[in-house]
Design a protein. Structure first.
Lengths: 119, 119
């Protein structure tokens, strides 16, 4: 659980930059070489590589070297952590909405006490 | 669009810390005063306030002062930006899967050309 928390910290850090989110989006279409990817980003190659390293260090992408070509692959499973976290929040909100609805539709139930049998 | 990008940067930064994610989760149950919230976090009040300010600056929570009590309220709309971004990624992946499926089920279609009518 603690490991998952740490991974989530890193995923959010990695996604907090527009260049890194754009790389994730590009790789959503399929694996790409560093060279192909870098062409779409108006920055120096060292700056771009720094972003790739942040994405790789936080598990959002994997890179595979074959000869002189390094290919980047998206790791969707790591993005699923964000999905899971959001789903957890939505569940909390829904439970709250349910409680509020119950209170609004039957406010007296609260004052009568939960243990009293319903008629 | 640029504003939305900036907002998303801030939302991801705000969510990259376990304390701040825990505050978001707590406030999912409903508004809480700073005092009530702070009780659940083992840190000094100034440190905790810093986290609240980061959440507020990035639009994830609002705080309302009434007399001596400051109440924190979750801003779910800001979290929806993350949902929208993830949905956009999923759409890209699904389009890719559709294209791959089409290629696997009918690989010759590609070589015959798209304009040729099917038998």
């Amino acid at each position: 659980m603690a490991k998952c928390f740490e991974q989530l910290d890193g995923v959010f850090v990695a996604l907090s930059d527009p260049t890194r989110r754009a790389v994730v989006m590009h790789l959503g279409h399929g694996p790409m070489s560093v060279g192909e990817l870098a062409r779409d980003f108006p920055m120096t190659l060292p700056s771009f590589m720094k972003h790739l390293r942040t994405l790789e260090a936080n598990g959002l992408i994997r890179t595979i070297k074959s000869g002189r070509v390094r290919t980047c692959v998206l790791n969707r499973e790591r993005l699923a952590l964000v999905d899971d976290w959001l789903a957890q929040q939505r569940q909390i909100w829904e439970e709250r909405t349910d409680r509020l609805e119950q209170f609004v539709t039957d406010p007296e139930e609260k004052t009568r006490g939960e243990s009293r049998p319903r008629p």
